[in-house]
Ligand binder design. Structure first.
Ligand code: NAP
Length: 249
């Protein structure tokens, strides 16, 4: 049994999710590391955790596919009772303007970022709710500063999907407040991960950094630190809100 129970991190193989998985293991969680395609990266995160005496398991699965989500939660249960979910898996789609976006991009982004987060939140509530025999826990939804900026000319659909995540955080927090579950969000700003290359612009961080009042991008590790704070008892009164951690952007 791990001191803080079991944390499921969706999209835990790379970027913010991988940094969160490593930090959570150091904080005493057994970590279920979900990934979509990059099995080697997920195995690397698990190996890093095990190398320092932690417990972790990797599980493949697309958050937008209900059967895969059920499989992820089964894999997490094999590590022990669930005490936390970091709803982190997310995609932007290729950079562009609304007038040019394909229905396929809209479908993919909303399926992964919104449907996926809802399915995972639902399953976490079913397992952690004290009204259903669970022991309580924390859900951290990974939003984005884009939700309030709108991301004009880049990916308005992505910004809108994160706006939906903020509403999920507000509403679900009210639903489960009496069931031992805290629900909070984190809205990172420009963070140095692969997501920018995946959107078609590997140099996006360098291009955008001058717009950030703090003058730099965040590292995945510092976003992970903020997520670990939100998971901790130090954030016991944070419920229903989304912490903006955007360097002022
Ligand atoms: P990233 O480096 O591109 O990593 C994305 C992770 O999500 C990978 O582990 C990937 O798995 C996984 N993933 C993608 N689609 C998935 C699916 N359908 N099912 C399960 N897992 C899936 O991204 P990141 O920058 O760390 O972003 C993490 C979260 O932070 C996202 O929600 C993003 O919107 C948010 N965010 C990022 C920034 C930023 O500037 N980077 C800013 C604000 C918010 P594979 O390795 O298998 O592909």
């Amino acid at each position: 049994m791990s001191a803080r129970g079991v944390l499921l991190v969706t999209g835990g193989s790379r970027g913010i999710g991988a940094a969160t998985a490593r930090a959570a293991a150091k904080a005493g969680y057994a970590v279920c590391v979900n990934y979509a395609r990059d099995a080697a990266a997920a195995a690397g995160v698990v190996a890093d955790i095990q190398a320092v005496g932690g417990r972790a398991a990797a599980v493949a699965g697309d958050v937008a596919v209900e059967a895969d989500v059920l499989g992820m939660f089964e894999a997490a249960a094999a590590l022990g009772p669930l005490t936390g979910l970091v709803n982190n898996a997310g995609i932007c789609g290729p950079i562009g303007r609304v007038a040019d976006v394909s229905a396929e991009t809209l479908d993919q982004v909303f399926r992964v970022n919104v449907l996926g987060a809802f399915l995972c939140a639902r399953e976490a509530v079913r397992r952690m709710s004290t009204a259903r025999g669970g022991g309580g826990g924390v859900i951290v939804n990974v939003s984005s500063g884009a939700a309030s900026r709108g991301s004009a000319g880049e990916f308005v659909w992505y910004a809108a999907s994160k706006g939906a995540i903020d509403s999920l955080t507000i509403g679900l927090a009210k639903e489960v407040a009496g069931e031992g579950i805290r629900v909070v969000g984190i809205a990172p700003g420009l963070t140095d991960t692969d997501i920018h290359a995946a959107a078609g612009e590997p140099g996006r961080v360098a291009r955008m950094v001058s717009l950030v009042p703090l003058g730099r991008a965040a590292s995945p590790e510092e976003v992970a630190g903020q997520i670990l704070f939100l998971l901790s008892d130090a954030a016991a009164y944070c419920h229903g809100g989304t912490l903006r951690a955007t360097g002022g952007l």
